[in-house]
Write a protein that binds this ligand. Structure first.
Ligand SMILES: C[S@@+](CC[C@H](N)C(=O)[O-])C[C@H]1O[C@@H](n2cnc3c(N)ncnc32)[C@H](O)[C@@H]1O
Length: 282
């Protein structure tokens, strides 16, 4: 079978598995991953027969995707901001929406060369802390998580992206035991209502860690504590940025205002509320 024929058959399989929007793109990426060729090399070799070992590898990847395993787990990596991050079942795959949180934090930074101190609570793959460090060369970040497996992946990602010296990983509940003195306090906490998780796509429901998803009965459980911790941990003039679900803007805004914060909502590329930016009065 040529690669073109193998590609067509694989797209048909993924369409049958319910992947209407993703079948063509995902199949192409898995074909690239299973071959030794660059993207350009692959394009010019599509009408050659697929070597047996490549065909077997490709077939195995397609089987996994047809069982609705996320593409990021199959490839073992994902692009976030300007970085490539290792991901797997131990961590939430960072989403493009979370780049809104990174942008909101950078918008609050007046001098990108300053020796800023960043706290990222619930760092997962390290996405937010590492994206910020990649833009703030003299900053350091403390990144926490309750999951040691997540911290192990964040550590690999920090080192692979040349940011290992700037990133301190701490296993703790939220920010327990962390001392005050941060310019930026960041968090993308779990914010899905518990009962909604079982209605999500299989890629999320069956393959992403519950600890990264479950925000309690209304999805808002982490925010009161995170807001109080931001108030405790920020330096005067510092900024906290929290990711929120698209329909949680009003609720988190009023929680933060009730704690005395000046609050702004920021929208993602689809125009939905995605980040809450808080500053506390001295
Ligand atoms: C939605 S994920 C976000 C991961 C990453 N920051 C990102 O934006 O891709 C939430 C993270 O919070 C962590 N987490 C959940 N509960 C926690 C807790 N009580 N203390 C610390 N981390 C927690 C999870 O393990 C997970 O890595």
């Amino acid at each position: 079978m040529t690669r073109t024929e193998a590609l067509r058959a694989a797209v048909a399989r993924l369409l049958e598995a319910g992947l209407e929007d993703r079948a063509a793109d995902d199949t192409r990426l898995m074909l690239e991953h299973s071959s030794d060729l660059s993207r350009a090399g692959l394009i010019s070799n599509m009408d050659r027969p697929q070597p047996a070992d490549e065909a077997q590898h490709f077939e195995a990847l397609i089987d996994r995707r047809a069982r609705r395993e996320p593409l990021s787990h199959i490839l073992g990596k994902v692009g976030f901001w300007t970085l490539e991050l290792e991901v797997g079942p131990e961590v939430l795959t960072p989403r493009a929406d979370t780049e809104t949180v990174v942008e909101a934090a950078l918008a609050a930074v007046q001098d990108r060369q300053a020796p800023l101190r960043i706290l990222d609570i619930g760092t997962g793959s390290g996405a937010i802390a590492l994206a910020l460090l990649s833009e703030l060369p003299n900053a350091i970040a403390v990144a926490t998580d309750l999951s040691q497996k997540a911290l192990d992946i964040a550590s690999v990602n920090a080192v692979r992206n040349g940011l290992g010296e700037q990133c301190i990983l701490v296993r703790t509940r939220w920010a327990d035991g962390v001392d005050p003195g941060y310019d930026l306090v960041m968090s993308n906490p779990p914010y899905i209502a518990s009962a909604v998780i079982d209605t999500l796509d299989p890629e999320v429901r069956d393959f992403e860690p519950r600890l990264a998803l479950d925000g309690g009965a209304d999805g808002l459980a982490p925010y009161p504590h995170l807001i109080a911790e931001a108030q405790r941990l920020l330096k005067p003039g510092g900024t906290a940025v929290f990711e929120i679900g698209y329909d949680q803007g009003a609720a988190v805004l009023s929680l933060a205002q009730a704690a005395g914060a000046r609050v702004q909502l920021r929208q993602d590329l689809a125009g939905r509320d995605r980040a809450v930016v808080c500053r506390f009065m001295p």
